[in-house]
Ligand binder design. Structure first.
Ligand SMILES: Cc1ncc(C[n+]2csc(CCOP(=O)(O)OP(=O)(O)O)c2C)c(N)n1
Ligand SMILES: [Mg+2]
Length: 190
């Protein structure tokens, strides 16, 4: 199971309880902390004594690593290793994937907590642009085929939005559809 959360969510106590049980029961969970350095507008440095989030795994003997989230190959390699461990019943892994968020947390975020230079610095290391350059430089694909993939993706998204907007509001009995949980869990009250 791939479990994604932000650096802000990493500060919640329940995560540590979850780490403990996941290690005790050797669950096949890959904890993926997307550390973009801000929880809404609050930097990791303002809230955390230990700012290397992957180190939180040490208290539970959980295999943990920091990964350059601006480098798609590094992310692939780290996930592949964690998946292998999980499939071989080696238990959970914590990955701190260091990345960045170009936009504010929401449209009402004035972004006074960072400078434009900081944002521009990360934009210059954009993983999608770098991957594209890498693909072209190594002749893995042509510019035309990448443009074609882009337009196919845009089409899928546009069709999905159209489908959602044209669909009726779902019935209440669909609220748990496709949700991974015990459908008889006692929280569900008629
Ligand atoms: C249990 C809970 N506590 C607090 C909040 C309010 N809240 C919403 S987003 C957020 C910060 C999340 O930070 P992070 O996980 O780093 O996400 P990012 O801002 O990077 O998208 C907080 C505290 C919430 N939604 N749920
Ligand atoms: Mg964050």
């Amino acid at each position: 199971m791939l479990c994604f959360f932000g650096d802000g969510a990493a500060r919640q106590g329940i995560l540590h309880e979850s780490f403990n049980l996941a290690m005790l029961w050797k669950l096949p969970v890959i904890y993926i902390c997307e550390n973009n350095n801000y929880a809404m507008g609050t930097s990791v440095e303002r809230t955390s004594n230990v700012t290397d989030i992957y180190k939180l795994g040490a208290g539970f003997d959980m295999p943990s690593a920091v990964v350059d989230g601006m480098n798609p190959e590094s992310v692939h390699d780290a996930i592949a290793e964690a998946v292998k461990r999980a499939r071989e019943k080696g238990g959970p892994t914590l990955l701190e994937i260091k990345t960045y968020r170009y936009k504010g947390h929401s449209i009402s975020d004035p972004q006074k907590y960072r400078t434009k230079d900081e944002v521009d610095e990360y934009k210059s290391k954009d993983p999608i642009s770098i991957l594209k350059k890498n693909i072209l430089d190594n002749n893995y694909a042509t510019e035309e085929s990448l443009t074609e993939i882009d337009s196919r993706c845009e089409e899928v998204v546009a069709n999905s939005v159209k489908f959602a907007e044209e669909s009726p509001i779902p019935n209440d009995d669909e609220v748990l559809k496709d949700v991974y949980m015990d459908q008889n869990y006692p929280f569900i009250v008629d």
